[in-house]
Design a protein around this ligand. Structure first.
Ligand code: ATP
Length: 313
């Protein structure tokens, strides 16, 4: 449904997207994850025809987003990051206004019913809760009966219940046959919602797989964490067989590695005379895989500084 090959986009001297290639299959929820400034929004805006690439090829259902811009608007629905409407526009007015842009819009009352907005048609945008605003923004992205919807940081700032409600809506959208391209920072969201995920950093795709595939492919499949009773020789933990990374997080020592790393860590702590309080051994998650993949480029300095503080404490 969407094919991106060798996408590059610069803003002056800033390389926003260096070299991104990915394919999104029809009927899937495809997630784009990555640190701030990784080039995620620029990538999806280029797919939506809102940016002109410097290099590379994009096809959406066979259309070139720049050359075929007009036809593309009938295929792609967009909810972009922090899209805000006029504060005083009502939900009903917004749905009517958006309907006017398309030749065969979904009737406003049908869409409102699908997205739980029927009781809110007379409410002004400024009086809607965050979750209600997001439901409206999904509705607006669906008015033109798109084949692809682009949702950028859809659930940022929503409480856990509203977030789950919006996830349910996104699954419904996928199940109705629409392909979903989702930019997110929330690992839990990507793990629970996405059929496949691309992790982008520094304008390049670091990994692309199903959430399970990314977790299985990560060096760390087991996470052991604890509060140490005394200063720990973190380097000795790093040197253990099967250990991929060692970091500290709010006083906890967090060791990621292969399954056997948990026992090796406990033995090493015993040898150091350190007792691990509030010990947790859990399976790796997409979070772990993501940190693994992006650690080299982004977190190495911060983690080293963090570890040094504990080592010298
Ligand atoms: N219109 C613009 N003009 C100049 N620089 C831009 C523009 N848009 C984005 N950039 C820069 O391009 C890089 C990639 O930005 P982009 O918004 O695509 O990243 P992102 O992965 O979506 O980030 P975030 O997670 O913070 O939203 C950043 O360094 C950003 O500052």
């Amino acid at each position: 449904m969407v094919s991106v090959e060798g996408l590059r986009k610069t803003y002056g001297s800033t390389v926003a997207v260096d070299d991104v290639s990915l394919d999104v299959f029809s009927g899937e929820i495809f997630g784009i994850l990555g640190p701030n400034g990784a080039g995620k929004t620029t990538t999806v805006e280029s797919i939506a025809g809102l940016r002109t690439p410097d290099a590379g090829t994009i096809r959406v259902h066979g259309l070139d987003p720049v050359r075929d811009r007009e036809a593309l608007t009938g295929i792609v629905g967009v909810q972009l990051q922090e899209s805000k409407l006029q504060p005083k526009i009502t939900v009903g007015e917004a749905l009517e206004l958006w309907s006017a842009f398309y030749p065969d819009p979904v009737p406003a009352d049908e869409l409102a019913g699908r997205l739980g907005l029927s009781g809110l048609l007379d409410k002004q945008f400024r009086t809607l809760s965050g979750g209600q605003q997001q439901r409206l923004s999904i509705a607006l992205a669906l008015v033109g009966r798109p084949k692809v919807v682009i949702l950028d940081e859809l659930t940022t700032g929503l409480d856990p219940r509203a977030r789950r409600e919006v996830w349910g809506l996104v699954r419904d959208v996928r199940d109705s046959g629409v392909t979903v391209l989702l930019v997110t920072h929330a690992m839990e969201e990507a793990q629970s919602l996405c059929d496949r995920v691309a992790i982008i950093s520094g304008g390049r795709v670091l990994a692309l797989d199903t959430p399970d595939g990314l977790i299985r492919g990560a060096a760390a499949t087991t996470v052991t964490s604890f509060l140490p009773s005394a200063a720990v020789d973190l380097q000795a933990l790093r040197d253990l067989d099967g250990v991929a990374t060692v970091r500290t997080d709010a006083g906890r020592v967090v060791v990621e590695g292969a399954e056997e790393s948990a026992l090796a860590v406990l033995a090493a702590l015993a040898a150091q005379g350190v007792t691990p309080a509030r010990l947790r051994v859990v399976e790796g998650s997409l979070d772990t895989a993501y940190l693994d993949l992006t650690a080299d480029e982004l977190a190495a300095d911060a983690l080293a500084a963090d570890a040094l503080t504990l080592e010298t404490a």
